[in-house]
Design a protein around this ligand. Structure first.
Ligand SMILES: O=C(COP(=O)(O)O)[C@H](O)[C@H](O)COP(=O)(O)O
Ligand SMILES: [Mg+2]
Length: 415
């Protein structure tokens, strides 16, 4: 097929095959380029083309992508299934979010959304548990599960950290969660923290009669994460937590395989996602990052607070709906709402996101004037009140911890 030029990658009559991966992009072409030319270059550079006309000798499999729709600044590109290595997210992303992100033919480009075809989607494992953690790990079929991350996020000793966990669990929280930058530092080594926290967890379970669990951050190089996952299973944990963006998807896939053997669930923290998704005109949307996390096997994923919290959020509700929706039988994902939450925000959060979520609060628990145990009680009370349909102010008449939290934070969104 001699004489391939990038114009050959545009066909507005093309009807994608069921097996094609279809991607939507927002594109701002370079100053001297038409949208058609830019769309062609996107399809070309993300599949098998380059900037120059090619003289190809002999017969080569045609793996060209096709830009088949242009609507204002949005284009859609269809990729043939043979372009992709099944089950390799790294390879898929090197196509659809690779060189095109930096090529001079576009000023800006954002991968907005993907329609995953069945063969490619099911070449990934998906989550082992998904939203079923609410009943398989906990006994919380009718309410959001709750998590708390001790603050300060780093600096607490192992004993202090496990002690905060104990107070939170006894106060009514389901999950103790490490913060994203706490892994295995000298002030709080991983293995000591794992053992002491699960000891505290056992005591809290005994005291409360409720199931409790711990999201221990195993983030590291892939080999170390596997060792840490083994240690979690051996110590009687149910979850590992992974900073999925900073470790990278290939490492997440490796951890997912081991977790399948160990029966562990994966909590995915998304620190650094905003480097990809914060600027609306460029990068990779959180929607697509969430799709990738589900395919690679995250059971719980941070998806924001529907704008109620301290951090910028992209379409939390729409992303959550995608995470719940059927995907060729792959498990769903439990969205985690986190970042600046406190008890006064819970009714509106549940109004926007429903009860099939994990509500995570750090400062909104440990910043309670009467300390962590009271903060944990207040968070749980706000959840119970909301699920029972009772206004917080009314419920707070009988629950002093909630009354103090509302007195302190009201229903304000923090910064
Ligand atoms: O430590 C926290 C929240 O602490 P706090 O409850 O004190 O604000 C999490 O790292 C953020 O939620 C991450 O953001 P996101 O969930 O949006 O990824
Ligand atoms: Mg954090």
């Amino acid at each position: 097929m001699p004489g391939i030029t990038y114009e050959d990658f545009l066909d507005l009559e093309y009807d994608p095959a069921d097996s094609d991966l279809v991607c939507a992009f927002r594109v701002e072409p370079a100053a001297d380029m038409s949208m058609e030319a830019a769309a062609s270059r996107v399809a070309s550079e993300s599949s098998n083309g380059t900037w120059a006309e090619l003289q190809v000798e002999g017969s080569v499999t045609d793996l060209s992508a096709t830009a088949f729709a242009i609507d204002g600044d949005e284009i859609r590109v269809a990729y043939p299934e043979e372009l992709f290595e099944p089950g390799s997210m790294a390879q898929v992303l090197s196509c659809i979010a690779g060189n095109i992100m930096g090529m001079k033919a576009v000023e800006r480009i954002r991968l907005l959304d993907c329609e995953w075809p069945e063969p490619l989607a099911t070449s990934f494992p998906g989550p082992g548990f998904g939203t079923s953690v609410r009943t398989e790990i906990f006994d919380a079929p009718n309410r959001p599960i709750t998590a708390t991350v001790p603050k300060p996020k780093v600096g607490l000793s192992t004993e202090q950290h496990a002690g905060v966990g104990y107070d939170a669990w006894v106060g009514g929280i389901d999950l103790l969660k490490d913060d994203e930058n706490l892994t295995d530092q000298s002030f709080n080594p991983f293995h000591d923290r794992l053992t002491e926290s699960l000891d505290a967890r056992d005591r809290a379970e005994e005291e409360t009669g409720e199931r409790k669990s711990y999201l221990v951050n195993v983030t590291a190089d892939a080999n170390t994460m596997l060792e840490r996952a083994d240690a979690v299973a051996a110590a009687g944990g149910e979850y590992v937590m992974v900073d999925v963006i900073t470790t990278g998807w290939a490492a997440v896939q490796t951890v997912r395989e081991r977790c399948a053997e160990l029966g562990l669930a994966i909590h995915a923290h998304r620190a650094m996602h905003a480097a990809f998704d914060r600027v609306p005109s460029h990068g990779v949307s959180m929607r697509v990052l969430a799709q990738i996390a589900r395919l690679c096997g995250a059971d719980q994923l941070h998806t924001g607070t529907a704008d109620l919290g301290k951090l910028e959020n992209e379409d939390t509700v729409g992303i959550n709906e995608w995470l719940y929706a059927d995907l060729y039988g792959l498990n769903d994902v439990l969205p985690t709402a986190s970042g600046g939450l406190h008890p006064g925000l819970v009714p509106e959060l549940i109004e926007r996101c429903g009860t099939n979520i994990c509500v995570q609060a750090g400062g909104g628990v440990h910043g309670h004037p009467d300390g962590t145990a009271a903060g944990a009680k207040a968070l749980r009370q706000s959840i119970d009140a909301t699920v029972e349909g009772i206004p917080l102010e009314e419920y707070a008449e009988d629950y002093p911890e909630l009354a103090v939290a509302i007195e302190k934070w009201g229903t304000e969104t923090p910064r």
